[in-house]
Design a protein around this ligand. Structure first.
Ligand SMILES: C[S@@+](CC[C@H](N)C(=O)[O-])C[C@H]1O[C@@H](n2cnc3c(N)ncnc32)[C@H](O)[C@@H]1O
Length: 296
């Protein structure tokens, strides 16, 4: 877990060649950084501190090259005049680091307190379960939830079970929908679950695909957490992990309130290890490490 945190921080801080002001390929002023940071905040709630200048420069340089622009001033103008560019801008600045069974204690809890209980109370009778992976990145988190459910519930087809997987970044959602990953990405997952990832087109390939039935439980959709949520139902569990670290205090507090409203009584909210909620939150009780239960 601590390793995850360090890698996330490192990924954010060292995203490509250091862009010392003198060596830069594109002119990039303080006003450019502040202007782009403002768009990131307004569009996605992402708060870019001054320390993220190099990250912003290196990630967006690719966009400038692709668009044939020569300065960040031109890119800012282009961004404000072309609404479609917002998608590429958000895709470029979002940090998508993830892996299967990340912070595995959450999945132990999910297995015993949500999925295991469901299996026990629905012997011989169909039931309904809804889980939301909010900020799902390229799908490793929702597919981890799916294989935990598949392993625990033998008669899956009798039940109405769905995992909603949402993210603001359309590029990672595309990868998630494909459900195929480099073979070594499943090396570290607990052995009993490895069977749910089989080589594509025979044993020689370097790519594995998620088990078809586990995959069918997951629906990927683009959703900006800052906007209105277009679904009416509530959830038995919500995962929003390593997403709120990019938001400021008020944005995070508002989001927690909205997640609480979207949980069933006794449903669980799982957040990232570095995102503990400061102070108490109406309607939520801390029941484990970064695990909260909606009070009944
Ligand atoms: C570091 S990844 C976390 C992935 C996964 N939850 C995990 O813990 O492994 C953070 C994700 O949050 C997404 N994100 C950032 N701002 C968002 C927003 N306003 N709405 C929805 N998703 C957002 C990013 O696109 C990124 O894929």
């Amino acid at each position: 877990m601590a390793q995850d945190n360090r890698s996330a921080a490192a990924a954010f801080a060292n995203s490509g060649p250091a862009a010392a002001a003198g060596d830069r390929e594109f002119a990039f002023s303080d006003a450019d950084f502040r202007g782009l940071a403002q768009v990131a905040y307004e569009q996605a709630g992402i708060a870019l501190a001054d320390s993220k200048r190099n990250l912003v420069y290196s990630r967006l340089s690719r966009r400038l090259r692709a668009l044939g622009l020569t300065t960040f001033r031109e890119y800012r103008d282009f961004l404000s005049e072309n609404l479609a560019e917002r998608e590429s801008f958000i895709n470029a600045i979002s940090t998508n680091l993830t892996k299967f069974f990340r912070e595995s204690h959450h999945f132990d809890h999910l297995r015993s307190e949500v999925v295991g209980r469901f299996a026990k109370t629905h012997v011989g009778k169909p039931g309904r379960m809804r889980v939301w992976s909010a900020g799902c990145s390229s799908g490793e988190e929702p597919y981890t939830i799916a294989v935990v459910i598949k392993k625990e519930i033998r008669d899956l087809e009798r039940h109405d079970i769905r995992i909603l997987a949402t993210d603001i970044d359309t590029e990672v959602l595309g990868r998630g929908s494909r459900g195929e990953y480099p073979a070594n990405s499943v090396d570290d997952i607990p052995r009993p679950y490895q069977d749910y990832f089989q080589p594509v087109d025979g044993a020689k390939t370097e790519t594995v695909a998620v088990d078809r039935q586990a995959r069918s439980l997951v629906a990927f959709k683009r959703l900006n957490l800052m906007e209105t949520w277009p679904f009416k139902g509530t959830f038995d569990a919500i995962f929003c992990r390593n997403v709120m670290i990019y938001f400021d205090g008020p944005t995070k507090a508002k989001l927690i309130e909205r997640f609480t409203e979207k949980l069933n009584p006794d449903g669980f909210l799982y957040i990232g290890h570095s995102e503990s909620l400061n102070g108490s939150h109406a309607g939520l009780s801390l029941v484990g490490r970064t695990i909260y239960r909606r009070e009944a």
